[in-house]
Design a protein around this ligand. Structure first.
Ligand code: DAH
Length: 318
């Protein structure tokens, strides 16, 4: 037995004896306690001393699996770098923060859905060519990695409709990842991000929607913006609009340089009805647009493929 082990055995013995204090007559306990505590302190000090001595003399352990000397500098390829948040996720947080400040709840989208939520519940007629406009992937089981965050609209309406009974509005945004079977180029990716907005109340109007969208874009780009709308077509809104902003000078835009940022419109009565909301009593509007495009404009990026490329030189710029 080495010194340290002997001391530890001694400590154990002291502790065992100390535990017997209750078997002693009451008037002897104080004296006994003092004595045993002093003994314990002394042994603890000896143990600390022995441990310190051991550390001083201990030889540095050798890692036999190490490729080189312990203190030698590692070659470049061995170096470990701290990771960081992907720029799209940082920006998505910013987007969601702005909407939250405006009073919206946040519901995350999903990455696998079905025909009903992706199309039927959004008033896409069966066999209608509009279904082909979304370049949807399908799994062998017939499920769909959603091509837009609108796939969540029906769920959001159902989950939040009790708000209407309480005299409140439904106000929810849905960020999420979406997928399209597209030819990939500098402006098209098979995987990208969108953010959807859904608002329903008894009194809301399209003017409210345009106000919310203007506020959002002006907060996001941190400046006043010129906005414009043009007619669009989506089966789930009537009327439907495309929402454009004039590319700000600070971001390299010229006058009249309008960019389409998202699709929007008044929620189609059929969509409300399918979620159990009375369209003669309530109105709603909804919108959805790409996050990647939003971020590309903010940072002057010109190739959407960089986001999913895993190219560290690109990611390190953020
Ligand atoms: N889901 C549409 C798309 O990806 C965008 C959109 C348009 C969303 C109109 C909406 C909307 O909520 O009301 O092209």
């Amino acid at each position: 037995m080495d010194v340290l082990e002997k001391l530890k055995a001694k400590l154990k013995d002291i502790n065992v004896r100390a535990g017997k204090i209750r078997e002693l007559p009451v008037d002897e306990r104080a004296e006994f306690g003092k004595k045993i505590n002093a003994e314990r302190e002394a042994v603890l000090a000896e143990i600390a001393d022995a441990e310190r001595k051991m550390l001083d003399t201990e030889v540095e352990p050798i890692d036999v699996t190490a490729w080189s000397g312990v203190n030698e500098k590692l070659p470049e390829f061995y170096s470990v770098e701290m990771g960081s948040k992907h720029p799209l996720m940082t920006e998505l947080d910013r987007v969601v923060d702005i909407y939250q400040m405006m009073g919206f709840d946040v519901v995350e989208s999903r990455q696998l859905d079905d025909e009903y939520h992706m199309f039927d519940s959004l008033n896409f007629a069966k066999e209608h060519p509009a279904r082909d406009g979304y370049d949807t992937f399908r799994t062998e089981e017939g499920l769909i990695p959603p091509a837009h965050t609108s796939t969540m609209q029906h769920r959001v309406l159902k989950a939040y409709k009790s708000r209407l009974d309480e005299g409140k509005a439904i106000a929810v945004v849905v960020p999420g990842r979406v997928f399209r079977n597209e030819d990939v180029d500098a402006t098209h990716e098979h995987t990208f991000y969108q953010c959807e907005g859904v608002y329903v109340s008894e009194t809301c109007t399209m003017g409210d929607m345009l106000g919310i969208l203007r506020e959002f874009f002006e907060k996001y780009y941190e400046q006043k913006l010129n906005i414009r709308t043009q007619p669009g077509y989506f089966p789930f809104t009537e009327p439907s609009l495309e929402f454009l902003i004039e590319k700000p000078k600070t971001l390299g835009g010229k006058k009249g340089d309008f960019l389409e940022m998202l699709g929007c419109g008044m929620i189609h009565p059929n969509v409300l009805k399918m979620a159990g909301i009375d369209p003669t009593k309530y109105h709603g509007f909804a919108w959805g647009g790409g996050i990647d495009r939003l971020v590309m404009l903010r940072y002057g990026l010109n190739d959407v493929r960089d986001f999913e490329s895993g190219n560290l030189n690109f990611l390190r710029e953020f």
